[in-house]
Design a protein around this ligand. Structure first.
Ligand code: HGY
Ligand code: MN
Ligand code: MN
Length: 416
């Protein structure tokens, strides 16, 4: 079966227009997006995506976690479909491209197939995974995690946001509880296009990242218990300061990650002190540690060292401490066959490329456990993401989507 010709390219202007139209839904305050999962804005974005899928003649299926699967028929209905997609939900101060490029790039690939009357043996499916970000409802990649059998659906439905709202109730409220059993779909392969969210591709002047591996991750929620007291009249040696404990543990996370360089990262991104009053010593602190490495031994060792350091800091300050893992996946090795389809597509199209390890987690990391999976990355400006100033160029978006189209066509087998 001949690989698609190097002249087969997507319509970059149409893709960019779709990206900009989606970006108008759930706008941020600084040019990016705040389209958090299961909010009304997410519901709006889903409606627009479904409208576009309908216009492209795709058949929409939705599972009980709200994940959307839009199918383009293949010549052999018994052949397992080739899936491609990512997520439309964003961080509270997210960019316009994180996840969205992977969903709308997949839609653009299908639109191009329609334009050219391309027929494939395997059906092709465009996917929008629910709650990839894990910012409103931890953990990240929640729906793809249920799909891959890593989480029970009831447990996922019971996850609550900062206001105590449950995932299952919010999914119902926006009207996106589907009828499909989660994980019932079988896949021939899955490809995910995503911005790098790091600086390497831009710095090296590369158009495409051929993602061979993904970092492993732990999210550890720490709950410190001290004693509320007056910031003015309480002698320093009588304080049981949970805020101080959080500060020292935050520093320890940074030091431990630095001690494991290269290929190790760690930070505290979500932090709350209570009662959070200017003149009350915080009696409680709740915060999440995020540590990652492509090296499983390093990841495990960092977790162990952090838990020991945190326990010692709590003892020193007389604090109660609880540490609960709220997210985890081991380092990922993507499917060599799918990775090669990405690499040869970039070569065929004449795009510069390099192998790369994904720093961020993605739905593909979970789906890789149940189907042959690979990712394609495009550069982003200054490597910035999870920031409203996230930016890519139309050329980078088009190049990544061209490679996605070719990798999917090669895997779905063009016929006729
Ligand atoms: O946390 C992550 O790596 C992803 O952006 N959810
Ligand atoms: Mn993402
Ligand atoms: Mn993200």
């Amino acid at each position: 079966m001949p690989a698609p010709g190097e002249n087969l390219r997507i319509n970059g202007a149409r893709l960019w227009e779709s990206l900009m139209e989606m970006a108008r839904i759930g706008p941020g305050v600084a040019g990016g997006n705040n389209r958090q999962t299961l909010t009304d804005a997410d519901g709006e974005g889903r409606k627009l995506f479904k409208k576009w899928c309908d216009a492209a003649g795709l058949v929409m299926g939705v599972d009980q976690m709200g994940t959307m699967f839009a199918t383009r028929a293949g010549e052999d209905p018994d052949a397992l479909p080739v899936y491609m997609g990512s997520h439309l939900d964003t961080q509270p101060t997210g960019g316009k491209y994180d996840g969205v490029l992977g969903v709308l790039g997949a839609l653009e690939a299908v639109r191009t197939m329609n334009d050219l009357g391309v027929k494939t043996r395997h059906p092709v499916v465009v996917v929008n995974w629910t709650n990839e970000e894990g910012t409103r409802f931890a953990p990240a990649m929640l729906a793809s995690g249920v799909f891959a059998g890593m989480h029970e659906q009831d447990w996922a439905y019971a996850r609550t946001d900062a206001d105590g709202k449950a995932f299952g109730d919010e999914l119902k409220r926006i009207g996106w509880v589907g009828d499909e059993a989660v994980g019932a779909r079988k896949m021939h392969a899955l490809f995910e296009l995503h911005i790098e969210q790091g600086p390497i591709l831009e710095a090296e002047g590369k158009d495409i990242g051929v993602v061979t591996h993904g970092q492993g991750l732990w999210w550890l929620e720490v709950r410190l218990t001290g004693k509320d007291a007056h910031t003015g009249s309480t002698p320093m040696n009588m304080r049981v300061n949970a805020g101080l404990g959080m500060a020292r543990i935050t520093e320890a996370v940074h030091e431990i990650a630095m001690a494991h360089q290269p290929n190790a990262v760690g930070a505290v991104g979500q932090a709350n002190v209570y009662p959070n009053s200017r003149n009350v010593i915080p009696g409680r602190a709740v915060f999440t540690i995020d540590i990652r490495s492509p090296d499983l031994a390093k990841l495990s060792s960092m977790r162990e060292e952090i838990e020991l350091a945190a326990a010692q800091i709590a003892r020193d300050l007389g604090l109660g401490i609880e540490i609960e893992p709220t997210g985890h996946f081991d380092p990922v090795t993507f499917d060599p066959g799918c990775v090669q389809a990405v690499r040869s597509a970039a070569e065929r199209l004449g795009y510069s490329h390099r192998d790369i390890v994904s720093g961020a987690g993605h739905d593909a990391c979970w789906i890789n456990r149940v189907a042959p999976t690979a990712m394609i990355m495009c550069p982003c400006v200054d490597g910035l993401s999870h920031n409203e100033a996230e930016e890519i160029s139309p050329e980078w978006a088009a190049a990544g989507t061209d490679v996605l189209l070719h990798a999917v066509l090669e895997t779905a087998e063009v016929v006729g």
